[in-house]
Design a protein around this ligand. Structure first.
Ligand code: GLN
Length: 531
């Protein structure tokens, strides 16, 4: 039977519950346990797929095509496991399921209530994770802060899980802010006390408190938290701010959090082996050399909208002992007149994914700038589509080349919805999740992946229109990756260019600290050589 760890948040949001949970996951995995993670989001949207990236940050995509919260990206990067749709639940998705059941008469006319019907469904999702993952430990994060109206059914459900599974099988970890008051020069424990009081009123006594602080604290403060919050002082863990999230597993290692958890849950663990994380952290510390990368996107107001892209670049940089400096360019404001000025001096340009026509012409101009000026270019999803449109317009001289997403009337749909025999089931909807691309002999893609295939995750609707392949290839663009089963273009590249490669998939979702994604690694390398 799996053991469960629930992570809740107190005082304020944004304290890094996800990073705390995943760092603990790293420690437990490296102590020989199989770890799986889940996130419960109290908002009422059914999934993050249709939420505004500027408000909510990126949509992280799992192997099985789940469109999930960006925290799952942290989980995967930290615990180095492929998660699935089972890992991400919003209140909206749970309520929608309950209401559907009600419409179908599956509650047999009973009054449908938050307790027990919604809480039963939440518990079902928790227990399902055990069934699907066969993990020893399921770490589930409850989004938001304890006390929020929306999170109450989740808090109630995890209380019931503890009752059903017993104290020895379920642990509650509360991550809360221990604020430092500059005026009086002291830490204040009162907000944590109040937050724990709130939890107690909901029937939950935390087993561990992770106090999020600016720096280290005195033992007497830990004792105070222990006394007021009714937990042993050993279970008060201090996690100070860090300049890199990837240092947190090593910070928590020092607190012996994994041993406290193992003891509470009666888990047999092996000696902790953090060699690869220590090496990775060492690389971070050696990464002083700066490499500038221009990211030309349209959601640049919120860098979280490109979280996995940024982490993938950083990770690739660390392996090469380079520190990435991000230069954000909003594609909405790029014009023929200002592009030279805006991208002047760019040493490497990345155009990430995006939806809708706004800002796309700016991205097309960017792909042109990179191609003509021999600046390393990595195009992701829409970033590949714009590179193809640009190539068709300026090299093949097809002036009205476009994507049917952007101009449904154009006669030259270089990027189009491909409907036909093979695609009839997914025509008009998103292609989601992992697909295998066969890589072309002698191509840059094959060299970078050092393999015949690349298995990567997708989230897009439009595809390269194969009617144009011949013309593209005759004029110097190589189709270097194809999903053979449906004959879909996955990767394009220009061999005569310093480094020009773009893919229809999202390579940012498979970068892991110890294994940077090959496209990012190649791109950062090419950019750093170009400084
Ligand atoms: N809007 C494009 C499509 O749907 C690209 C999507 C993306 O970049 N994720 O095909």
């Amino acid at each position: 039977m799996a053991k469960y760890i629930f992570i809740t948040g107190g005082v304020v949001s944004g304290l890094g519950k996800g990073i705390t949970g995943s760092s603990l996951g790293v420690l437990l995995k490296n102590s020989g346990l199989k770890v799986f993670m889940q996130k419960f989001d109290p908002y009422l949207n059914i999934d993050p797929g249709t939420m505004n990236p500027i408000e909510h940050g990126e949509v992280f995509v799992t192997d099985d095509g789940g469109e999930t919260d960006l925290d799952l990206g942290h989980y995967e990067r930290f615990i180095d496991e492929n998660l699935s749709k089972v890992s991400s639940w919003s209140a909206g998705r749970i309520y929608a399921e309950a209401l559907n059941k009600e419409r179908k008469g599956q509650f047999f006319g009973k009054t449908v209530q938050v307790i027990p019907h919604i809480t039963d469904l939440i518990k079902q999702k928790i227990y399902q994770a055990e069934e699907k993952s066969k993990a020893d430990i399921i770490i589930s994060e409850i989004g938001g802060t304890v006390g929020d109206i929306e999170s109450q059914p989740f808090v109630e459900a995890i209380r019931q899980v503890r009752m059903e599974k017993g104290k020895a099988n379920v642990m509650f970890i509360h991550v809360a802010l221990l604020p430092f008051l500059k005026v009086s020069g002291e830490y204040k424990t009162k907000p944590i006390q109040h937050s724990v009081k709130e939890m107690l009123s909901l029937g939950i006594q935390p087993d561990i408190i992770v106090a999020r602080t600016e720096g280290s604290i005195q033992q007497r403060l830990k004792e105070k938290i222990s006394l007021f919050c009714n937990i042993p002082v050993t279970n008060v863990i201090v996690c100070p701010d860090s300049d890199s999230i990837y240092k947190i597993p090593l910070i928590l290692k020092e607190t012996k959090m994994h041993e406290i958890v193992a003891k509470h849950l009666d888990l047999k663990i092996q000696e902790l082996n953090m060699e690869s994380w220590e090496k990775f952290n060492n690389d971070i510390n050696l990464s002083n050399d700066k490499v500038k990368i221009h990211i030309v996107g349209k959601y640049v107001e919120l860098s979280d909208a490109y979280l996995s892209v940024m982490e993938s670049l950083k990770i690739a940089g660390f392996e090469l002992h380079k520190k990435i400096e991000f230069i954000w360019v909003n594609s909405r404001y790029l014009t023929k007149e200002n592009i030279e000025k805006e991208l002047k001096g760019a040493k490497g340009i990345l155009v990430p994914g995006g939806f809708g026509e706004e800002g796309v012409e700016g991205k097309i101009l960017t792909a042109n700038y990179a191609r003509v000026n021999n600046v390393p270019y990595l195009g992701i999803c829409l970033g590949m589509q714009v590179a193809c449109i640009e190539f068709a317009r300026n090299v093949l001289k097809i002036c009205d080349a476009n994507s049917s997403e952007l101009d449904p009337e154009t006669t030259n749909k270089i990027i189009d919805i491909l409907e036909g025999k093979d695609r009839k089931n997914i025509g008009g909807t998103l292609r989601l999740g992992k697909y295998e691309a066969k890589l072309k002999e002698g191509s840059l893609a094959k060299k970078l992946y050092n393999s015949d295939i690349a298995i990567e995750r997708h989230r897009h609707r439009y595809e390269f229109n194969n009617d144009y392949i011949e013309d593209f290839e005759k004029n110097g663009m190589v189709i270097s990756g194809v999903f053979e089963e449906q004959n879909l273009v996955e990767i394009i590249e220009i061999p005569s260019h310093k480094f020009f490669i773009a893919c229809q998939y999202h390579p940012e979702f498979t970068s892991r600290p110890i294994k940077p994604n090959p496209l990012f690694k190649g791109f950062v390398e090419a950019t750093s050589k170009n400084q």
